[in-house]
Design a protein around this ligand. Structure first.
Ligand SMILES: [Cu+2]
Length: 122
């Protein structure tokens, strides 16, 4: 009797593990890629729309001055040197509308470099 219960428990836990693994596969993250060009103190595009939990890959390309891409709520600050690119990824786990901006202070126009990230709730 005890052995049968144990066998049943093992089978049940096996089914549980299988369902967790299959569930994880179903929830494989959506990947989104964007290239943002910074030129003349403007980000192009200046609006990104993704869904919550998307894996977002951004390539930030400076076409003139050094620039950066910062989103406070996501604790992201990435720099691209003048004429160069930087690539980074993050999971858009917080829904909402966020401002991304250049946090450099070397040029007064940097404070006008802004865009919007929209993360649609699941
Ligand atoms: Cu700037």
């Amino acid at each position: 009797m005890r052995g049968m219960l144990r066998a049943a428990a093992i089978i049940a836990s096996g089914i549980w593990v299988l369902s967790v693994v299959m569930g994880a596969q179903e929830q494989a993250p959506n990947r989104r890629e964007f290239t943002i060009v910074a030129k003349d103190h403007v980000f192009t595009p200046n609006r990104l729309e993704v869904s919550q939990d998307d894996l977002v890959k951004i390539t930030l390309t400076s076409e003139d001055q050094p620039t950066s891409f910062a989103i406070d709520a996501y604790r992201i600050v990435k720099r691209a040197a003048g004429g160069l690119s930087t690539t980074f990824e993050f999971r858009a786990d917080q829904a909402g509308t966020f401002t991304f901006y250049c946090n450099l202070t070397t040029d007064p126009s940097c404070k006008d470099m802004k865009g919007t990230l929209v993360v649609k709730a699941k």
